[in-house]
Design a protein around this ligand. Structure first.
Ligand code: SF4
Ligand code: MG
Length: 336
C-alpha cells in the first residue's frame, strides 16, 4: 500500500495573547493510504477540522510535517503548491456557506477551473460543468440557477462537483453530511463511495459521529482534545475498542440487529470537555475517564502499536505499569 499522505508529529497551536496558547492539535501522527477513506472522529472542538486545514496548508503548522506524495506541504515552492492545490480539495459541512449566493451553479463549479486555467473556450467550460453536474446526480438545466434554489442535499452535490472540477486525487470532507437530513445523508455517502471507485479518490472524512464515520471508513482515528487517542481498521475499532474514550463513544451507538445478544453497556462520560488552552496534565482524557489511575495525572501516555496496525495512547496498555487500579476504586477502598 502506498502512503499518499503522512502526518508526522503535527502541532497547531494558536497564540491567544496574555501568554495563553490554544493547543488545537498537539503531536498528531497518522498516514492515509492511496484510495482509502480515513475517518477522523471526535467531539466538536477536538481539533479535527484544524488538522484538515493544516494539511491543506490553509493554516501554518506550529511543528511537525505534512507529507503529500513525498513532498512536505509546508515547504513547497509556489509552483508545487499550485499543483498540490489542484490535487487536494475540500468539501465543507454547510455547502451554502461555501457557495457564493450571487453566483450561478455554473460559476460556482467552474471558478476553480478558471483559477487553474483548465479550459480554452466557453464551450469547453460549459461541457465540463455539464459533465460534473451529471457525475454528482444533477443535470445541465441546473447550471444557470442559484445555490439557494436547491435543497441541502443538492447543494452538497454542487459542492462536490466544484471539488471534482480540478480532477483531484485527495478530498478532505469536513463534516460533509452532518447538516443534512438522515435520509439524504445516505445518498451523499453513496455518491462519495461511487465517485471514489470510479476515480480512485482518497478521502479524509472528518465527523463527530462515529456511526457515520464507521460506515464509510477503511481506517479510523479517534481524537480527543487535540490528540489522537486510538487508530485502527474500522472493523477492529468497532469489535475491539481499546481506549476508554472510544469505548464510551461506541457504547452510545445502538446495535442495529436486535437478535444480537451481546449488549454494550452504555458508558456515560462525566464532566465537560476541558479547554484546550489549559488541558489536564498527563493524559488529556483523565478528567472524564472512568478508568483513570494515579499515573494518568503524571505521565502522558505513549502512542503505541498494541497489535498490528492498532495504535492507542493509554496507560492501561503499558506493561511497565503494575498498579492499574482506578483512582475512583482506590478512593472507595481508603474511605472506610
Ligand atoms: Fe484513562 Fe489513564 Fe488511559 Fe487516559 S491513560 S485513557 S486516563 S486509563
Ligand atoms: Mg469542525
Amino acid at each position: 500500500e502506498e502512503k499518499i499522505l503522512q502526518v508526522n508529529h503535527l502541532k497547531k497551536h494558536f497564540d491567544m495573547g496574555k501568554n495563553q496558547v490554544l493547543k488545537a492539535v498537539d503531536d498528531v501522527s497518522f498516514h492515509v493510504n492511496r484510495g482509502e477513506t480515513f475517518g477522523l472522529v471526535g467531539e466538536s472542538g477536538c481539533g479535527k477540522s484544524t488538522i484538515g486545514r493544516t494539511i491543506m496548508g490553509l493554516y501554518e503548522r506550529t511543528d511537525g510535517e505534512v507529507i503529500y506524495d513525498g513532498q512536505d506541504v509546508h515547504d513547497m515552492k509556489e509552483k508545487e503548491k499550485f499543483v498540490f492545490r489542484q490535487n487536494m480539495q475540500m468539501i465543507f459541512q454547510d455547502p451554502y456557506a461555501s457557495l457564493n449566493p450571487r453566483s450561478t451553479v455554473k460559476e460556482v463549479i467552474s471558478e476553480p477551473m478558471e483559477v487553474h486555467g483548465l479550459y480554452k473556450s466557453q464551450k469547453e467550460k460549459n461541457d465540463r460543468v455539464y459533465e460534473l453536474l451529471e457525475e454528482v446526480g444533477l443535470n445541465r438545466d441546473h447550471a444557470n440557477r442559484y445555490p439557494h434554489e436547491f435543497s441541502g442535499g443538492q447543494r452538497q452535490r454542487i459542492g462536490i462537483a466544484r471539488a471534482l472540477a480540478l480532477n483531484p486525487d485527495f478530498i478532505i470532507a469536513d463534516e460533509p453530511i452532518s447538516a443534512l437530513d438522515v435520509s439524504v445523508q445516505a445518498q451523499v455517502v453513496n455518491l462519495l463511495k461511487e465517485l471514489q471507485q470510479e476515480k480512485g479518490l482518497t478521502f479524509l472524512f472528518i465527523a463527530h459521529d462515529l456511526s457515520m464515520v464507521k460506515q464509510i471508513s477503511d481506517r479510523i482515528g479517534v481524537m480527543y482534545l487535540g490528540n489522537l487517542v486510538e487508530l485502527t481498521a474500522s472493523g477492529q475499532l468497532y469489535d475491539q475498542p481499546l481506549h476508554p474514550y472510544t469505548q464510551a463513544l461506541l457504547s452510545a451507538i445502538p446495535i442495529p440487529d436486535p437478535d444480537i445478544e451481546e449488549k454494550r453497556e452504555r458508558i456515560i462520560l462525566e464532566g465537560d470537555l476541558p479547554s484546550p488552552i489549559n488541558p489536564p496534565s498527563g493524559c488529556v482524557f483523565r478528567t472524564r475517564c472512568p478508568m483513570a489511575m494515579e499515573v494518568c495525572a503524571k505521565q502522558v501516555p505513549a502512542w503505541q502499536e498494541v497489535e498490528q496496525d492498532h495504535y492507542v495512547a493509554c496507560h492501561l496498555y503499558d506493561e511497565t505499569i503494575s498498579d492499574k487500579r482506578p483512582v475512583k476504586q482506590v478512593e472507595k477502598e481508603t474511605a472506610h
